[in-house]
Design a protein around this ligand. Sequence first.
Ligand code: SAH
Ligand code: SF4
Length: 387
Amino acid sequence: MMTPAPLTNLLGLSVPQLEAFCADIGEKPFRARQLARWLHKNGVSSFEEMTDLAKSLREKLPAVACVNTPGIVSDKTAQDFTRKWLFDVGQGNAVETVFIPETNRGTLCVSSQAGCAVNCRFCSTGKQGFARNLKADEIVAQLWLANRLLGAEPSGDRIISNVVMMGMGEPLLNYENLVPALHLMLDDHAYGLSRRRVTVSTSGVVPFMDRLSQDCPVALAVSLHAPNDTLRDDLVPLNKKYPLKDLLDACLRYLKYAPRDFITFEYVMLQNVNDGDKHIEELIGIAKHVPCKLNLIPFNPFPESGLLRSNNDRIARFVNRLSEAGVVTTVRKTRGDDIDAACGQLAGDVKDRTRLSSRQPVNVQTDEKNEKIIQFNLSLAPKSAQR
Ligand code: SAH
Ligand code: SF4
């Protein structure tokens, strides 16, 4: 017996890829744009509900395509309304996605890999090792699911206006899947975000920074964390392969194509490790070379890291001295730490993971008036629960 061809998961196809898919099944290119709008703008997963598609196409699609998302393992809301989901990507792997509501925007922090191979000393994702790259559909599904899950909430401040690739994993080491996902985030037929509102954060994978500048130049954040090679080799082991000079040159090249005229440097504040006055002077030197904004991240501890957060006076000294020297310096607010959703705490809750095999793909949402809890299987979600 012949094995049937696997179904194509439409969630991970950029609009040009959807056009190619439509051509393969004998459909016109405009069908791709219709499909993208149903899938991403309306959050619809059932072909039957895509009412402006020709009936023949609606009948044809289930044999060749599907709309699959990872299951939801957990859904937690912190006291500051930061919300964190753990999504099951199969074979015991789970990834985390975090929504951070702020006054004028809502930022979704998206994962690119299950685990991470870079193994930075201060990062709990790195400590868990590398499992696998997420597929494009698994990256997009985080946005798709978050939109849908947030959409069920009544207040209008639950809208995703920004995406940062700052969840689990090193996005530029999963380039082939990252780029179609980014294209969907930007495409007007899908999520329609501007390039300034989509940020890729990288530990400094130099060749792929160059490729990104050509293929999809979104805003770039670079995890600097140390202002000299000796320290950076120790904190971010990838530095041994792409040392600071190469990294900073790559930043300058990227800036020619970037949607902003600066690079964001992330700098985790580690007590007695990278928070000395000498480091301030070195940072000023770097900032003279590369137009940048510096974002200081108070270290978020996790068990067995053996590292401490710099104290507030130290962080304030960094801000003052750097600002005096003309370097725009901000301190990242710690969000969602009561549910382990803060930067670097994303590891996939091990207790949750052990339950994966017995878990049902059941989702919990509130109704429009936020009055009662509805439980439903996502693939059978009633139309009223879809946006
Ligand atoms: N791999 C990419 C993106 C994910 S990490 C990168 O490293 O840039 C997102 C940000 O959180 C990075 O700047 C990362 O260095 C930082 N981070 C990691 N662990 C942290 C921790 N324990 N406390 C504070 N920030 C951390
Ligand atoms: Fe990977 Fe980024 Fe964590 Fe480093 S900080 S281990 S690159 S996820």
